[in-house]
Design a binder for this molecule. Structure first.
Ligand code: B12
Ligand code: SF4
Length: 432
């Protein structure tokens, strides 16, 4: 089939995020024998012109849309990106009769809500590599789709969502088609705090139980890893073919399993690649050997997801690590010359004036290169935080969490923003 795949994200918050999900889907569609055309909107000035040309010249049998973010997860300056995406779906409908299939990390937050809101007919919940070709095969044959894993469709005016299957063997299915994207532009364009880079992913899934997180739904609770040779080969190929030397590991938790993280670094060292990379680290796992290996292998920066500096709040968020461990990780990073950012996600259950103050003091003591302060936690459907928010009437009965809603401890609501603004005025590289 002729499949048009649109990567809609144009956000440059922190970084121009490489559309790795769309690249993975493009790769699997090509492998399944489809004729694929990709439209990446990130660097386009006039997407309508380009999209119209593609719809008219390529004449897709199916139009598919990769949705990365539905909102900016920001309780103070909330932006609901999905409203902008309605225009893209409408435009496709006006210029083509092809069915529109949705997918992506943002779509996975609330597949039923996205499908209905955008007025599209079909979607894939979860990973697209295996499920999307299966959906296309069914469409081609005119077969039923209601038993396909991850299939999302409209039954009259009601969206129906099938549970996803998680890919067991990532090596077999994950072959991102980087060639379909302007990888060099992603490396060259630095928009915010993170220098331009290209993303790679070595594993999926997270076993942790942080009460607000959507990842276990999207990627499962078991860790599934690619072989290290495979990931390193991909990075070497990007390096040789396009001169890519700055990478971002898109893994939710780079440093788990610890032995895998160490082997990954050893794999890069063995390959002789001269690159720089950064990763998202959970403070729960790490030792001197890991940090030494990371630095030698080219890691220059890590996002240390400590979220709070007050033990009772960490416990309530079910973060699964201690403040002692966070300090140890920061010390190791400093020792091995890896810069790091710290992130405070304030306002969770049990947060009060004392815990906020302790968190700020804790981060001052850590002295990261960059600090990001957020108050109010986005309530994602199906999470423990949703249950707490409902019990405390922070969300109304029946309130649809497609639209951004935030948990905010009542004890800090009145004064938190003034306090954070004042805190940022005292610290050069801290921001809200
Ligand atoms: C790495 C990451 C980052 C890095 C990005 C670094 C970089 N250079 O790219 C950093 C930390 C900078 C970041 C920033 C932000 N992020 Co972020 N990020 C992630 C993370 C952990 C992984 C994304 C990724 O690359 N995944 C790898 C690919 C392979 O997976 P995928 O995109 O999901 O694609 C698969 C499926 O979705 C599906 N699929 C994808 N497209 C399509 C299309 C079709 C047609 C089909 C059928 C299927 C399909 O198949 C793919 C392969 O299996 C996700 C969490 C997560 N678990 O997904 C959050 C996530 C995407 N981020 C999120 C958000 C909100 C943001 C920010 C807006 C936060 C902020 N306020 O700063 C910014 C926006 C950045 C931007 N410019 O867009 C949210 C989005 C949810 C939402 N509310 O909309 C997520 C889901 C986290 C969460 N809360 O659960 N992020
Ligand atoms: S460690 Fe990260 S990805 Fe895992 S559940 Fe917690 S916040 Fe989510």
């Amino acid at each position: 089939m002729r499949v048009l795949l649109i990567a809609e994200n144009r956000q440059t918050t922190h970084v121009t995020a490489f559309p790795l999900g769309a690249a993975c889907v493009a790769g699997s569609l090509r492998k399944a024998g489809h004729d694929v055309s990709v439209l990446d909107m990130m660097f386009l000035d006039d997407w309508k012109k380009k999209l119209q040309t593609l719809l008219e010249d390529f004449r897709p049998d199916v139009v598919s849309l990769s949705i990365r973010n539905i909102d900016n997860q920001d309780s103070r300056n909330t932006v609901f990106y999905l409203s902008g995406i309605t225009g893209i779906v409408r435009f496709c409908r006006e210029h083509s009769e092809a069915p529109v299939v949705l997918g992506g990390a943002g779509f996975n937050i609330h597949p039923a809500g996205c499908l209905k809101y955008l007025g599209a007919g079909l979607g894939i919940y979860g990973e697209g590599e295996q499920a999307f070709p299966m959906l296309l095969a069914a469409l081609e044959k005119g077969a039923a789709i209601n038993r396909l894993p991850g299939a999302v469709w409209m039954d009259g005016s009601h969206p129906v969502v099938n549970p996803p299957d998680f890919i067991a063997d990532l090596d077999k299915w994950v072959h991102p088609s980087y060639d379909d994207f302007e990888v060099n532009s992603y490396q060259d364009y630095s928009s915010g705090t993170i220098p331009g880079c290209v993303t790679v992913q070595s594993k999926r899934g997270c076993h942790m139980k942080c009460i607000y997180c959507s990842t276990p739904f999207m990627e499962g609770t078991g860790c599934r890893a690619r072989t290290i040779e495979n990931v390193v080969r991909e990075m070497a190929c990007l390096n040789e073919r396009y001169g890519i030397r700055r990478f971002f590991l898109a893994d939710n938790v780079f440093n788990f399993p610890l032995s895998y993280a160490k082997d990954f670094c050893r794999g890069i060292l063995k390959s002789g690649l001269s690159i720089e990379w950064q990763a998202i680290m959970n403070p729960a796992y790490g030792d001197d050997e890991l940090f030494g290996l990371m630095r030698k292998a080219g890691c220059v920066f890590m996002s240390l997801g400590n979220e709070s500096g007050a033990a009772p709040v960490l416990r309530n968020l079910k973060k699964g690590f201690s403040l002692k461990k966070v300090r140890e990780m920061a010390d190791l990073a400093r020792k091995h010359d890896i810069k790091f950012s710290s992130f405070l996600l304030l306002g969770g259950p049990g947060e009060n004036r004392d815990t906020v103050k302790r968190s700020v003091e804790f981060v001052e003591e850590l002295a990261p290169a960059v600090v990001s302060l957020k108050a109010g936690i986005r309530i994602y459907p199906g999470t423990g935080l949703e249950n707490i928010a409902r019990e405390e009437n922070q969300i109304a009965p029946g309130q649809d969490l497609l639209f951004p809603a935030f948990y905010m401890s009542p004890a800090i609501r009145e004064w938190i923003w003034d306090y954070l603004e004042e805190t940022c005025r005292r610290h050069e590289r801290w921001s809200i």
